[in-house]
Write a protein that binds this ligand. Structure first.
Ligand SMILES: *Cc1c(COP(=O)(O)O)cnc(C)c1O
Length: 402
């Protein structure tokens, strides 16, 4: 048994099998590269589902974390701390909004968005008690809590976890007419991913997000954009909504907001919406802690420079040009995405997404399959063009059966 096989066997014996990782055991990482326990190097073309947008071990983020570790790491929200106001002010400013409610994980922030929209619905919009409805899209991914999986259409994510939370209506993604029919007097929010990540990097038809914005504004419904995966530089803009010139009523952020160092998530909105809260009505022991704020402040500063959005745009154009050349050649059925983010539908004759991912791993490239035949590419935005090209070479070799 190799060291890798031993480590995996022991992980499988003592951890719940809620994931099916590729058979690599990472020991360290730097930039876009990871090294396993046997000293082999791998190009990370997943970037922790976009949590590692700024690369592994980004020096600015590590320095910010280290400096904060030496001062104070956790106060709870029972007291103020000296990084909190800056974090909230600067994040609100980055989003062009007014108020922030910090949490830790993405799912918690989505839960917070759901609770906020309902409270806003009762207190501001005047929806009768207990009647608030939120419209969501089919094939969404918003996290794993019981309420969130209640409005999932993924059988695996839902089975045997009921009873489910009521109050949600599901419409096809990208279909404005269906959305229009679903929105009623008691609808408090439309909750969408501006690009559906887990579904296979599905970009909605042009005009969809703008149409959602218009409809929700007309009907006095909150437009909530879950930008946990699509946001913070991934698509070439700070927010994927920007590609359609759309500003929602609320952003849900997570993943890259913590710089790959600590979990940091947040709901960002107007004072009309987040102003509904009074002390005691919602909270989190770790949400907005000093370490999280210090790291996120550095993330915000890096995003303000525009440098990472620029890289994602330029390298993304290159990536999509190269991937586009593969479509129709018999190995790739379709490619979707924006910026440094792509979903690639592998032709069934070339194997499943999992098989292609394993072959790529054997060639030193790490990606993740989704929904059987799709692989997802989302390298750290700091990846060099040379490394990206090398990764693409490996993909072409695997698809050619080499
Ligand atoms: C990852 C993700 C979530 C959930 O985030 P966690 O931190 O895993 O709870 C929610 N929404 C979207 C769009 C995501 O990609």
């Amino acid at each position: 048994m190799s060291a890798t096989e031993r480590a995996i066997a022991s992980a499988e014996a003592h951890s719940a099998h809620n994931y099916h990782p590729l058979p690599i055991v990472v020991a360290s990482a730097d930039g876009a590269w990871m090294t396993d326990i046997e000293g082999r190097r791998f190009l990370d073309m997943l970037a922790g589902y976009s949590a590692i947008n700024f690369g592994h071990g980004n020096q600015r983020l590590i320095d910010a974390a280290k400096a904060q570790l030496e001062r104070v790491t956790l106060t709870s929200r029972a007291f103020h701390h000296d990084r909190f106001a800056d974090f909230c002010t600067q994040l609100a400013e980055l989003c062009g909004m007014e108020m922030v409610l910090p949490m830790n994980t993405g799912a918690e922030a989505v839960e917070t968005a759901v609770k906020t929209a309902r409270k806003w619905g009762y207190q501001v919009k005047g929806v009768p008690p207990g009647q608030a409805k939120i419209v969501v899209a089919a094939n969404n991914f918003h996290g794993r809590t019981t309420t969130i999986i209640s409005f999932s259409t993924d059988a695996e994510a839902r089975a045997d976890f009921g009873p489910y939370t009521p109050g949600f209506e599901i419409v096809p993604y990208g279909d404005l007419t269906a959305l229009e029919h679903a929105v009623s007097a008691n609808t408090v929010a439309v909750l969408l991913e501006p690009i559906q990540g887990e579904a296979g990097v599905l970009v909605p038809p042009p005009g969809y997000l703008a149409g959602v914005r218009e409809l929700t504004r007309e009907r006095n419904v909150l437009f909530i954009a879950d930008e946990i995966q699509s946001g913070l530089g991934r698509t070439g803009r700070t927010f994927a909504c920007e590609h359609e010139g759309v500003v929602p009523d609320m952003y849900i952020l997570g993943k890259a907001l913590g710089g790959g160092v600590v979990p940091v998530s947040a709901v960002v909105s107007s004072s009309e919406v987040l102003g509904v809260y009074r002390p005691g009505e919602h909270g989190s022991t770790f949400g907005g802690n000093p370490l999280a704020c210090a790291v996120a402040l550095e993330v915000i500063a890096m995003l303000r420079s525009g440098e990472f959005q620029q890289r994602a745009t330029e390298l993304g154009d290159h990536l999509h040009h190269e991937l586009g050349l593969l479509v129709g050649g018999g190995s790739v059925d379709a490619v979707r995405g924006r910026g440094l983010w792509a979903g690639i539908d592998i032709a069934p004759s070339r194997g499943t997404g999992r098989e292609v991912s394993e072959k790529l791993m054997d060639r030193g490239v790490l990606v993740k399959d989704t929904h059987g035949s799709t692989i997802r590419i989302a390298p750290p935005l700091v990846i060099s063009k040379e490394d990206l090209d090398w990764g693409l070479d490996q993909l072409r070799a695997v698809l050619a059966g080499e």
